[in-house]
Design a protein around this ligand. Structure first.
Ligand code: XMP
Length: 511
């Protein structure tokens, strides 16, 4: 089935991914492409949205793509920089703003019967974030709306389905932003709203069948949402030809290896659990530097996975839980970090399993969409709602060198904290939580005895993507009870602290 598609041209705005997500929330499929890499198959897209940008159209660094294949030929919505771009290069004028134009503003409509604003009320709140302003409209521009500070807040081009807005419809604070996007995409551009989690599952399963046929596929399960959803999709498509490997690196949460493995088996996955804890601990012996620890864990994983993959015969494909943000990053105009990682891998010396052909069933969808697809597939909501957990696991939460005793101590502390969050109904209000074992001994007193024992730090953050985060204001009573439980139940710990640092400047993990 072919769905109508929206092309989002990215000029580098921090909000570009939000535009894509809002469009998809309308059950319309959207793709982000860098402004300077317009797809050659432009006919595949039924409408185009131009994003905002940190650049100025007036500067020498103005981003100036050739839109001749789009402008006037397809419905186009230009947001912020996009709106300024259209004005500046097509007969209008853009100048620096006299007043700061950030934050809330309210729309005042010039024409009341404009379909672009259908069902919006006069005064609708929008979010502004720009330092240039449109002084005069481009040729054939027709003013549609103003705000108190911004006269040319929205305009269209006479004779075209081209609309431009100075504000950001994609952000939460633009109250009717989603309605506005729907008005443009459905009422003006006539797109169908038929891209749903159900249709995604159906089409992805069919595509996997077609792509891999009767070949065998190997996949590494991590216990996280992405690899699990990828596995269930592949299982639906090819059943026993999917070989899942779930490695215990000895740095997982308490009892996680056995309980998640059971869960996987219960889901009907063809999965092999490999307990390589000792191998990882051996590789980590004596290492204190966080990056060296990460490398040792990463390399051990590759070795273990390669050994296991070699035990299978005739495997042709490696499945991965890559999701859309990783893909966008690797094709971004400037080339994100994942682009660099790929070029490294291409140099050679790859383990054998990496020479397999790649299948990535989730590469077109965002994390929240992965969760929705997972729900459609009937995956346990508890598994889908799990906090993110780093690949190197407790290895980067034990500061300094790692020993089996320290891992066990931290597993106990972490379990008390996480189970407590669940019992108090706080787990789902927190984006990620965990405990750190600090390389600090401090003096305490237990009974009549002086103690000199370990200190642990608890961290709980709220975030949307892990890029920025803030500490969570957990109830004092909860912290009090948790601290008490930890000190009383975990031998070797006599002090608990709570981390109240935001990211930036602190990171979520301590290493
Ligand atoms: P930071 O500590 O950078 O973490 O603020 C942001 C998010 O990334 C996770 N994280 C990792 N995940 N391998 C991973 O797979 C890593 O080496 C790693 N380091 C951090 C972290 O748990 C948080 O969700």
């Amino acid at each position: 089935m072919q769905h109508d598609k929206v092309l989002i041209l990215d000029f580098g705005s921090q909000y570009t991914q939000l535009i894509a997500r809002r469009v998809r929330e309308l059950n319309i499929y959207s793709e982000i492409h860098p402004f300077n890499k317009i797809p050659t198959n432009i006919d595949a897209y039924k409408a185009v949205i131009l994003s905002g940008s940190p650049n100025s159209v007036r500067g020498e660094d103005a981003l100036h793509p050739d839109l001749s294949e789009i402008r006037g030929k397809k419905p186009m919505l230009a947001v912020c920089y996009g709106a300024q771009y259209l004005a500046h290069f097509s007969g209008g004028e853009v100048a620096p703003s006299n007043t700061r134009e950030y934050g809330r503003a309210n729309l005042s409509f010039i024409k009341n019967d404009e379909p672009f604003f259908a069902t919006l009320s006069e005064g609708s709140q929008v979010w502004m974030s720009h330092s240039d302003t449109i002084k005069s409209l481009p040729t054939n521009g027709v003013l549609l709306a103003s705000t108190n500070d911004v006269k040319n807040a929205a305009y269209k081009i006479e004779g075209e389905s081209t609309y431009a807005i100075q504000f950001h419809p994609e952000v939460y604070h633009s109250t009717d932003g989603k309605q506005l996007l729907e008005n443009f995409l459905v009422k003006i551009a006539d797109l169908k709203q038929d891209w749903t989690p159900d249709s995604f599952v159906e089409e992805t399963v069919a595509a996997i069948k077609e792509k891999v046929g009767n070949d065998k596929v190997v996949l590494g399960l991590s216990g996280g949402v992405d690899s699990t959803v990828a596995a269930v999709l592949l299982n639906k498509a090819i059943g026993e030809n999917l070989y899942c490997i779930f490695v215990n690196n000895g740095l997982l949460r308490k009892d996680e290896f056995s309980s998640v493995l059971k869960q996987y088996e219960g889901m009907g996955l063809n999965v092999k659990g490999v307990d390589a804890s000792e191998r990882f601990l051996e590789a980590l012996k004596g290492l204190e530097d966080p990056e060296l620890k990460r490398k040792a864990i990463g390399n051990s994983f590759i070795e273990v996975f390669d050994d296991e993959a070699h035990k299978l015969t005739d495997v042709k494909w490696l499945a991965q839980g890559t999701i859309y943000p990783d893909v966008i990053e690797s094709v971004s105009a400037t080339g994100g970090p994942s682009a660099t990682i790929k070029s490294h891998h291409n140099v050679g010396g790859l383990p054998d399993f990496m020479k397999l052909k790649i299948v990535e069933p989730l590469r077109a969808i965002f994390k929240d969409e992965v969760r929705r697809v997972g729900a459609t597939l009937g995956i346990d909501p508890e598994l889908l709602g799990r906090h993110p957990f780093p690949g190197p696991g407790l290895g980067i939460r034990i500061l300094g060198d790692i020993t089996a005793e320290k891992v066990q101590m931290l597993q106990e502390v972490d379990a008390i904290f996480i189970n407590g969050l669940k019992e108090w109904g706080l787990y789902d209000k927190v984006w990620q939580a965990g405990a750190m074992l600090l390389p600090v001994n401090s003096v305490g007193v237990m009974g009549d005895e002086r103690t000199y024992e370990k200190c642990v730090a608890l961290r709980a953050v709220e975030s949307t993507d892990g890029m920025t985060a803030d500490w969570v204001n957990l109830p004092y009573e909860f912290l009090q009870k948790t601290s008490n439980d930890i000190i009383n139940k975990v031998k070797g710990v006599n002090r608990v602290v709570y981390d109240i640092s935001s990211k930036p400047p602190a990171t979520i993990e301590w290493e």
